[in-house]
Design a protein around this ligand. Sequence first.
Ligand SMILES: Nc1ncnc2c1ncn2[C@@H]1O[C@H](COP(=O)(O)OP(=O)(O)OP(=O)(O)O)[C@@H](O)[C@H]1O
Length: 263
Amino acid sequence: MTALLSVEGLGISFGGLKAVNDVSFTVQPREITSVIGPNGAGKTTLFNMISGVYQPGSGRVVLGGEDVTGMAPHLLARRGMSRTFQNLQIFQSMTVLENAIAGYHLQERGPVLADLFNLPSSRRRAAAAQAGARELLARVGLDRAAEREAGNLSYGALKRLEIARALALSPKILLLDEPAAGCNAVETEEIDHLIAEVAKSGVAILLVEHDMKMVMRISNHIVVLDHGEKIAEGDPASVSRNPAVIAAYLGTDAGTEAAHADG
Ligand SMILES: Nc1ncnc2c1ncn2[C@@H]1O[C@H](COP(=O)(O)OP(=O)(O)OP(=O)(O)O)[C@@H](O)[C@H]1O
């Protein structure tokens, strides 16, 4: 199978600290790949290099066969990579529908003049964005909340709204940074189902997540970082049994969960 995303020897240092060092792995189409590791392992830094927020100090990111190392996020979005953020990027005082529509406008090159003069082309685009946004809201279970102010949604619903907005870009790969952070058990399960559904629809998922139970439940492939290095990778069962992984997590709640996840 040809990899959709290939991360090759990525590294970056901050001052003298190697935050990420020589990390390689691939993401296959339709699969859910998760990056885990204890606090400070380098997960977010790795994510930021893959998604064009940081320029890598070394290594390459290859998307669909094209070298996209260090490419700006909006250019990556045009090539099929979109992402969500650990801290929600929702417009709280806008409605749920307006937030979803905003996802469509992120991908436009800005035909500002057409919009200024309210040309038919601009009206057509607006109508298409509105229809697409309503479809996306139905997909994430928020169609009935379309007219509500986003700031009044539960945390889990906000997280799903953010995923809807990222899907507006019709990505081939969706990067999710801690999609279940701050969610209760029910909300986490809803996000689980949504992620599985998105993967099934043909979008590859790359996930950074602290909730070990969730990672073990939904991932096809897991990459484990510790102190900026990849210490293990494989399917959930093999990773949760891996002595190096258990040692890295030892003494943390997540470690206990990892050690018991398959038994
Ligand atoms: N912009 C930065 N400047 C300096 N040091 C940084 C920067 N970003 C991250 N680091 C350092 O790099 C290391 C990896 O941090 P990173 O946030 O990537 O880890 P993480 O695995 O995502 O952690 P957490 O699980 O706590 O979110 C840490 O030692 C961190 O302090």
